[in-house]
Design a binder for this molecule. Structure first.
Ligand code: APR
Length: 239
């Protein structure tokens, strides 16, 4: 068991697809995961978009539509509660491209792999809110040119977003938690090794991840059980 955390401490939390699984969004690498039906190199690389933009847009259009049918679960709500009630700072870094953390109320949030509800213009570079399908002739709201929008998603081979801010937070945090992520994709899988010595590190996941051995503490279970219990533990003063 870890020692109590200083009340003004920074807590950094990394989330992955497992935190949204119980809301009804498929993870990537489960037996019934998204990468069982789709090859990464067909839908999630810049080369795939050049080769067959329709197929790539269809994949993300479907996923954008699904967001309307799901809602945040107890794990998202518990993390929003932690940010509201913790006396120090909480930074939530998510690999997820859904909007369930913000719908639950999290505000200090980085989407390091992009966001389904945004589009990026390949001509003017502007990133804009986008809630419907991106079609072949969709017009950029900023430069008004047609046929130049792509999903604001970080594909394999592209640089994740806000890495400088994330690295700085990892270097000064007192607690680092990873929730619902399999530890297959870097740099996120390496965050646990970027914290200062003495940092409390904890993994909350359904099963062991690829990087479990790098954490001081691992809790196995469903996010909707494990995360509210962990948040309660952090917010309950000892003695
Ligand atoms: N509660 C907690 N953990 C869960 C739950 C649950 N209800 N359901 C599944 N998990 C765990 C799985 O055991 C697995 O370890 O969540 C993890 C999900 O792993 P992945 O499917 O690999 O998703 P993630 O780690 O987020 O993927 C990272 O890979 O494909 C890319 O860009 C994509 O952001 C994604 C990145």
């Amino acid at each position: 068991m870890n020692s109590p955390v200083e009340p003004d401490a920074l807590i950094v939390i990394l989330t992955g697809a497992g935190v949204s699984a119980e809301s009804g969004l498929r993870t990537f690498r489960a037996a019934d995961g998204l990468w069982e039906d789709h090859r990464i190199e067909d839908v999630a690389t810049p080369e795939a978009f050049v080769r067959d933009s329709r197929l790539v847009q269809r994949f993300y259009n479907e996923r954008r539509r699904q967001l309307r049918q799901v809602a945040p679960n107890a794990a998202h709500h518990a993390l929003a509660r932690l940010e509201r009630e913790w006396s120090g700072e909480v930074l939530l870094v998510t690999q997820n491209v859904d909007d369930l953390h913000e719908r639950a109320g999290s505000q200090n949030l980085i989407h390091m792999h992009g966001e389904l509800l945004k589009a990026r213009c390949l001509r003017c570079g502007q990133i804009c809110a986008w809630e419907t399908d991106i079609l072949e002739d969709s017009q950029c709201p900023s430069c008004s040119r047609p046929s130049c929008l792509r999903p604001h998603i970080v594909w394999f081979g592209e640089m994740p977003l806000k890495l400088n801010r994330i690295s700085a937070a990892l270097a000064r945090c007192s607690v680092f938690a990873a929730i619902g992520t399999s530890g297959n994709v870097y740099p996120a899988a390496g965050f646990v090794s970027m914290v200062a010595p003495g940092t409390q590190t904890i993994e909350l996941n359904l099963d062991a991840s690829m990087v479990s051995s790098a954490f001081r503490e691992c809790i196995q279970g469903r996010a909707t059980d494990a995360v509210p219990a962990w948040v309660e533990r952090l917010l309950t003063p000892l003695g």
